[in-house]
Ligand binder design. Structure first.
Ligand SMILES: NC(=O)c1ccc[n+]([C@@H]2O[C@H](COP(=O)([O-])OP(=O)(O)OC[C@H]3O[C@@H](n4cnc5c(N)ncnc54)[C@H](OP(=O)(O)O)[C@@H]3O)[C@@H](O)[C@H]2O)c1
Length: 288
């Protein structure tokens, strides 16, 4: 029975993998978060892995505070890079497959066509730099797959959907930036995609192909469009005002454009990806 270890399992993505794992029979899942396995601790990580001998590791643990990372870059590096290196070193040379999750923020956002995996990363934030360093750390192991995703949300944890819902209930009007374009990703869709990849490799339906991949939902929008869709679908009475990024005070400068080209992951692993708006509806229904 294949052993699948999930690290950072109490976050948005980890929780969604936990939910979807019930549909994938015949696997032995081990869900851990910092209390069970602190991946910044190299000897605990090595011990845990040598004791449990996972065939697959999916690392969902991360430091995701984009603004705070500007003032505590060492903490971002510790969780987003050093901890990833600890996992990679512990499985180096073994057959264990490692799926590590990264971000669209590794790009500078100056492109005007969707970013594919061959385009050069140039992160403009400490968070993006720590995630890019983490990708390189994951690659210390030969059987590593890196999945960059964007604008993740779910019923778990803190995210843009929950923030907009809560603010729109309390305020008559809201200002949201309209000059940053990307694609929201429902963590449940990404979790399903990861499990489909794992199960089709185990069942020999596709070959495991290490390397970098991009995954988000389909479509493109601005944060303003995303907020408008949330408010409309929830039937909330709140007026939205589009503003420029320079009118919104944020410590870290986000990419203007970070749409991901998903052709490679769709073709390699035969995935169909839902449009962001359809997935938003499903997530909002789940939150009720
Ligand atoms: N959220 C987004 O918008 C977004 C966008 C693009 C890419 N991503 C990437 O997608 C992946 C999943 O993100 P997510 O939103 O699901 O993250 P999340 O909700 O922040 O979950 C991360 C989990 O990792 C845990 N963790 C932190 N330090 C740890 C450690 N040393 N050992 C073990 N676990 C630890 C966290 O615990 P605490 O909560 O106690 O810290 C949390 O439960 C990450 O790689 C992230 O960088 C996210």
């Amino acid at each position: 029975m294949a052993v699948i270890l999930i690290t950072g399992a109490n976050g948005q993505l980890g929780n969604e993998i936990r939910s979807v794992s019930g549909n994938f029979y015949g696997y032995d899942f081990i869900f851990t978060d910092i209390a069970e396995l602190d991946i910044t601790d190299s000897s605990s990580t090595t011990d845990f892995i040598s004791k449990n001998k996972p065939d697959w590791i999916v690392n969902c643990a991360a430091y995701n505070s984009v603004d705070k990372a500007e003032t505590e870059p060492d903490k971002a590096i510790l969780i987003n890079c050093t901890a990833v290196k600890n996992i990679a070193e512990a499985i180096k040379g073994s057959d264990c497959r490692f799926i590590h999750v990264s971000t669209d923020y590794v790009f500078d956002g100056n492109a005007c066509i969707p970013y594919n995996e061959n385009m050069l990363p140039a992160p403009g934030t400490e968070y993006g730099k720590s995630k890019l360093a983490g990708e390189k750390a994951a690659m210390l192991h030969n059987n590593s797959m890196i999945i960059r995703t964007s604008w993740l949300y779910s019923r778990h944890g803190a995210n843009f959907v929950k923030t907009i819902k809560s603010k729109a209930r309390k305020n008559e009007s809201l200002q949201v930036v309209f000059d940053q374009a990307g694609t929201p990703t429902w963590a449940a869709d990404l979790a399903e995609a990861i499990m489909k990849i794992i199960s089709s490799v185990i069942r020999n339906q596709v070959a495991f192909n290490a390397g970098i991949y991009h995954y988000s939902n389909e479509g493109v929008c601005s944060w303003y469009d995303f907020a408008e869709a949330i408010i409309e679908e929830e039937g909330l009475d709140c007026r939205l005002h589009p503003i420029l990024s320079k009118e919104f005070t944020a410590v870290a400068k986000r990419p203007c454009y970070s749409v991901l080209d998903k052709s490679k992951i769709k073709e390699t692993y035969n995935l169909e990806i839902p449009h962001w708006r359809k997935s938003l509806l499903k997530c909002l229904a789940q939150m009720k």
